[in-house]
Design a protein around this ligand. Structure first.
Ligand code: SF4
Ligand code: SF4
Length: 323
């Protein structure tokens, strides 16, 4: 049996909504089949007020073991570092987070806000929001760069805006069943099994990416073409399995004609880096995408693109639908 406590800070609750849509395994499976005991969840639990206070006090006193501390949303430190913008049970929530994280065997950050600060931490960041162990791409965050949970791991980051539900349930099952050491983390503390590949992997438009055939207009649905050249798709720049583990087991944004906006990366929503990037590809010299796929340089990419476009076969330009 693994005790799980799930709290949320500065958040829209989207990761909880996403979590409830999990299918492999479902949220209920966690309890019935995988030995997870949910001590408290801000939206799902019946307990409130003094009942929660007593339970948290028991955890901090060591009377109730805390196996997994899940946090959704930012840690709000404002105003002026007091945390008074986000109070919980008569204390700044940030103080609860600090103490609970240090009592937990494992700490799991769900969604961009908990991982990196997300949208609330975007400048000017009036709530002084921060992620658990990062602020955007900078390591440290609320708990500090050297933080390790009792089991010796840093915060396990499962980013996304929101995170895909199956990423969440599969990692919780792995940790709860004693396989946390198998969860290999990348340099941003994300499980490699989900975040080693690019969003583009598995996209049904990838042949049009190769032949540099763009979708000309926003909202062409499944009509032919790649969303990278005109619509600002960040599929070749973003690490996620959105085209391997489909959303609702049905589709993905890019399959449905919606550009990837890079929501699993620390700099999301990219307002600091490139204003206007969303849904519009920024160009150099009017033709070359300003941001080229990772692993290429702009010059060799532009040469390759020109050759590929000239050599594109007839079918790549035909007006047809792709599944
Ligand atoms: S639509 Fe996006 S993810 Fe799909 S092939 Fe084009 S750039 Fe890659
Ligand atoms: S396709 Fe891109 S923006 Fe959409 S959920 Fe996946 S990583 Fe996020």
């Amino acid at each position: 049996m693994a005790n799980v406590l799930w709290m949320h800070g500065g958040a829209c609750n989207g990761n909880t909504q996403s979590f409830l849509n999990a299918e492999e395994p479902t949220a209920v499976d966690l309890v019935t089949d995988f030995g997870i005991r949910l001590l408290y969840h801000h939206s799902l639990s019946m307990e409130f007020g003094n009942q929660v206070h007593q339970m948290l006090d028991s955890i901090l006193a060591g009377a109730i073991p805390l196996d997994i501390f899940v946090f959704e949303g930012t840690v709000i430190r404002g105003p002026n570092g007091t945390g008074h913008y986000d109070m919980f049970l008569d204390r700044p929530k940030k103080d609860w987070v600090w103490e609970l994280a240090h009592m937990a065997q494992y700490v799991v950050a769900i969604g961009d806000c908990a991982c990196w600060g997300g949208i609330p931490a975007t400048k000017p960041n009036p709530s002084e929001s921060v992620g658990l162990q990062y602020l955007k791409g900078e390591k440290g965050g609320f708990l500090g760069a050297d933080f390790r949970s009792k089991a010796g791991l840093p915060v396990i980051n499962i980013p996304g805006c929101p995170a895909h539900p199956d990423w969440v349930t599969q990692i919780l099952v792995a940790v709860a069943t004693g396989r946390a050491e198998d969860v290999m983390l990348d340099e941003l503390q994300r499980p490699q099994t989900f975040f080693k590949t690019f969003t583009q992997t598995g996209c049904t438009r990838v042949q049009y990416f190769e032949w540099k055939e763009p979708v000309e207009e926003f909202g062409q649905g499944t009509r032919k073409g790649c969303l990278f050249y005109e619509q600002g798709c960040r599929g070749p720049l973003t690490h996620s399995p959105c085209n391997r583990i489909l959303w609702n087991r049905q589709s993905s944004k890019t399959r449905a004609g919606m550009p990837c906006v890079g929501c699993t990366e620390p700099q999301f929503p990219f307002f600091d880096l490139a204003p206007g990037t969303v849904f519009k590809t920024q160009k150099v010299l009017g033709a070359i995408p300003k941001e080229v796929p990772q692993g290429t340089d702009p010059l060799s990419y532009s040469v390759h693109a020109a050759v590929a476009r000239a050599a594109a076969p007839k079918w790549a330009k035909e007006d047809m639908f792709v599944p």
